[in-house]
Design a protein around this ligand. Sequence first.
Ligand code: AP5
Length: 219
Amino acid sequence: MRLGLFGLPGAGKGTQAQKIAQKWVIPHISTGDIFRELQKGNTTLAKEIRGILARGELVSDDMVTKIAFDRLANEDCKRGFVLDGFPRTLNQARALEASPFSLDVLLVIDVAKAEIVKRLSSRRVCGHCHSVYSGEDGQDLIGNLCPKDGHILIQRPDDMPEAVAIRLELFERNFSPIMDFYQSLGRLCRIDGQGPVDTVFERIRKVIGQLNERPKRDK
Ligand code: AP5
């Protein structure tokens, strides 16, 4: 199964990708996580990526496509993968679909913008393993320790309001071209991303179940 997840920043792509990867035993490939690792350190490239991420802008199509394809060529992707955050421009989508890593389906997670703003302002992440958390009933988890590896939880710089505004604008600019492209391929599926995490996952599970019952297309 080759699945791509698409949706607004904060739609729950990372949260659901982790659950999908666990259930179907396939790698979760997040281009955002790859760049969050690459931005560490003092090299020119690290500084450049750090700036792009903090401002909420997009990394160039050429760079992200090369990085994604290098990762997808790994042995562990042979049985399938869940791609989180790629493709997110029409150029990236075209490159992916012309490659040996074309998707079975692009799953769009729909969430209203008001809910997105709420989710991003309360999201806290582990600076080390990138696990994602949000406090219940408005509880702020900043400064708490990651239950998985004991590192401190932080707020992502691109979850600050100015960067969020840029990310939302860039998403809106790229939304229709990507939707039209996958619609024309007959490989687009939309699900409601609102409600508890497990309810959203159940919707995804049903879509994947139907996908697995379809005859395999030629790659
Ligand atoms: P990336 O990390 O991919 O950022 P994004 O697409 O903006 O998505 P997010 O990670 O912000 O949100 P998400 O949808 O994964 O939501 P999450 O599960 O965390 O990319 C970061 C940057 O890298 C980009 O801005 C760009 O610079 C660069 N980049 C990456 N890919 C690129 C590409 N292809 N091209 C160019 N540049 C690229 O959930 C959000 C919060 O909500 C969490 O707190 C979570 O706990 C909570 N939550 C999740 N589900 C629910 C639910 N059902 N109910 C309530 N809360 C929920």
